[in-house]
Design a protein around this ligand. Structure first.
Ligand SMILES: NC(=[NH2+])NCCC[C@H](N)C(=O)O
Ligand SMILES: [Mn+2]
Ligand SMILES: [Mn+2]
Length: 306
């Protein structure tokens, strides 16, 4: 055992308009996450779940940032502030933070916490760009905005809890994009983000693409955060997600990608933190998406077939 992984559950659903994704952490644990990590030869310590605020009596559209739409933003801020502190404390203890979502808005907490005192790179495995701001979002759902938040774009620039100090735009890389909103496409084109789409994976193969992503995310940084949105996979393989998009990576491509990260990490320890998000057990079939989430996480920490 050369590494201690601290599992932090973040059963958040406010960013996805409250649709069952809050049960993700339980489902991923039930699917054997801790066993898989032990087989990958890391020591898991489970912190349990962060408590979530109740918002039953609240109007989701209350407290909107000026000129924009970001539902339940006050609740999401509260959770992400606590998650940020927990992730930062995990680094201070010399452990690896593994955040279980919850919807993708939890990445604001994991990234701000992981990039507190270092320069961080990030690899974003997702069908979506999650780069909307409250001003551009077609849905108002904050799970479509976490990258804009940590990069301090739009209204997020005025919120001191959202931008991640040590995260430069040019150190963030997407892998597997295939669903981008019109205004988001403009934001992406004008940005310094690197985007590898599903077409790049078709043409070059997933391992070569992930190696390039690693080159970008490690250039001039102290470590890399991995954000794994399960809708990155094809919905035939990962049906338990709230915003499925056909044409995603296969089961084998997903494992190959995470094994590529793991091999690099074995060589020079570049990986610093991870979140695994958007597993929605209500939409799943016999917990297969959560099982996949647990297996892919174990692959990233070094579990191999032989
Ligand atoms: N993390 C996710 N699943 N994000 C989906 C975002 C979908 C859409 N782009 C939106 O802004 O609402
Ligand atoms: Mn997504
Ligand atoms: Mn996402």
């Amino acid at each position: 055992m050369d590494r201690t992984v601290r599992i932090i559950g973040a059963p958040m659903d406010y960013g996805a308009n409250r649709r069952g994704v809050d049960m993700g952490p339980s489902a991923i644990r039930y699917a054997g996450l801790a066993d898989g990590l032990e087989r990958a030869d890391v020591e898991p310590i489970d912190d349990g779940d962060l408590s979530m605020p109740r918002a039953e009596e609240r109007d989701p559209d209350a407290d909107q940032p000026h000129g924009g739409n970001a539902k339940f933003l006050r609740e999401i801020e509260g959770v992400c502030r606590r998650l940020c502190d927990r992730v930062a404390a995990t680094h201070t203890a010399g452990e690896f933070p593994l955040v279980l979502g919850g919807d993708h808005s939890v990445a604001i907490g994991s990234l701000t916490g992981s990039a507190r005192d270092v320069d961080l790179g990030a690899i974003w495995f997702d069908a979506h760009a999650d780069l909307n701001t409250p001003e551009t979002s077609p849905t108002g759902n904050v799970h479509g905005m976490p990258l804009a938040a940590v990069l301090g774009r739009g209204a997020f620039g005025e919120m001191e809890w959202a931008p991640a100090p040590g995260l430069r735009e040019s150190s963030v890389v997407y892998v597997g994009l295939r669903s981008i909103d019109d205004r988001e496409r403009d934001l992406l084109r004008e940005s310094e983000l690197t985007a590898y789409t599903m077409s790049d994976i078709d043409q070059r193969g997933v391992s070569a693409v992930v190696e390039d992503a690693l080159a970008v995310a490690t250039d001039g940084t102290d470590g890399v955060h991995v954000s794994l949105d399960l809708d990155w996979l094809d919905p035939k393989t990962a049906p338990g997600v709230g915003t499925p998009v056909r044409g995603g990576v296969t089961y084998r491509e997903a494992h190959a990608a995470l094994e590529t990260l793991s091999r690099r990490d074995e060589a020079d320890g570049v990986l610093r933190s991870m979140d695994v998000v958007e597993v929605n057990p209500i939409l799943d079939e016999a917990n297969e998406t959560a099982t996949l989430a647990a297996e892919l996480t174990a692959s990233m920490f070094g579990k191999r077939i032989l």
